[in-house]
Design a protein around this ligand. Structure first.
Ligand code: PGA
Length: 263
């Protein structure tokens, strides 16, 4: 089976009630369209809306999977305000985002902690979605691959053997700017080579994220990108069910040659 991933990261937006209305609207937007049902829709709501989306997701068409936006790096204990992988799994999460740049920056999450989170999540049956990417300064200094390689090198095989990777340049997040598709392909090829040689993983899905819109989604998923860009991670534009449905429809028309069996 070949499919592309469309991940909606709502960040700190939407109550449970708003989430329910969104799923209804998204389903209505996609109903009757020629959307490829094999593509995988993943919604990452805030914790408080996870149960709502998880309850609705399996009945939606295409089926909606749920991702948490974060998880703690210990399985339980005296960590006030934190949420464990087991709790998320029981609520119906299948995926969890780790290493998003907003958590690296605002919550000072280190590569070491991110590896712990992803490892524990994987051991608990969740599939990590690891975000990597360089800042504008690092890009200007020609350090893009150095940064991505450092972020990947910190990750162990337990964390990564089934993980999705999202290449998200920090300077492209929420700015309306994005790299050229050819630049995205170049990094994705290096990421895929790294995965093969480091963890022995084959066809590890690598998504692009950073100011993805209905206008530019096809440029990242079609043509020379189609073999190396296996989906998109969408922030701002995913807050509108109309825009996210457009991204799923337009992006879904682009073919991906990725053969997936285990992810
Ligand atoms: P954006 O966010 O689509 O608003 O740039 C992407 C992300 O933070 O994952």
């Amino acid at each position: 089976m070949s499919h592309s991933y469309f991940v909606a990261n709502w960040k700190m937006h939407k109550t449970a009630t708003e989430a329910a209305a969104y799923i209804t609207a998204l389903e209505a937007e996609l109903a009757g369209t020629d959307v490829d049902l094999s593509n995988r829709l993943i919604i990452a709501p805030p914790y408080t809306a996870i149960a709502t989306v998880a309850a609705r997701g399996p009945h939606a068409s295409p089926k909606i999977y749920v991702a948490a936006q974060n998880v703690h790096h210990e399985s339980e204990g005296a960590y006030t305000g934190e949420i464990s992988a087991g709790m998320l799994s029981e609520l119906g999460c299948r995926y969890v985002i780790v290493g998003h740049s907003e958590r690296r920056i605002y919550c000072s999450e280190s590569d070491t902690v991110i590896n712990k989170k992803a490892s524990l999540a994987a051991e608990s049956g969740l599939i990590p979605i690891l975000c990597v990417g360089e800042t504008r300064r690092e890009r200007l200094d020609g350090k893009t691959w150095d940064v991505v390689e450092r972020q990947l090198t910190a990750m162990g095989k337990t964390a990564m053997k089934e993980a999705l990777i999202a290449y998200e340049p920090v300077w492209a997040i929420g700015t309306g700017e994005s790299p050229l598709p050819s630049e995205v392909v170049e990094i994705h090829v290096r990421i895929q080579d790294f995965c093969r040689s480091t963890w022995d993983t084959i066809d590890q899905p690598v998504l692009y994220g950073g100011s993805v819109t209905p206008e530019n989604v096809a440029s990242f998923l079609s043509g020379s990108c189609s073999r190396h860009v296996n989906g998109v991670l969408v922030g701002s534009a995913s807050l509108s069910s109309h825009l996210f449905a457009s991204i799923v429809r337009l992006g879904g028309k682009c073919t991906s040659s990725l053969q997936l069996s285990t992810y």
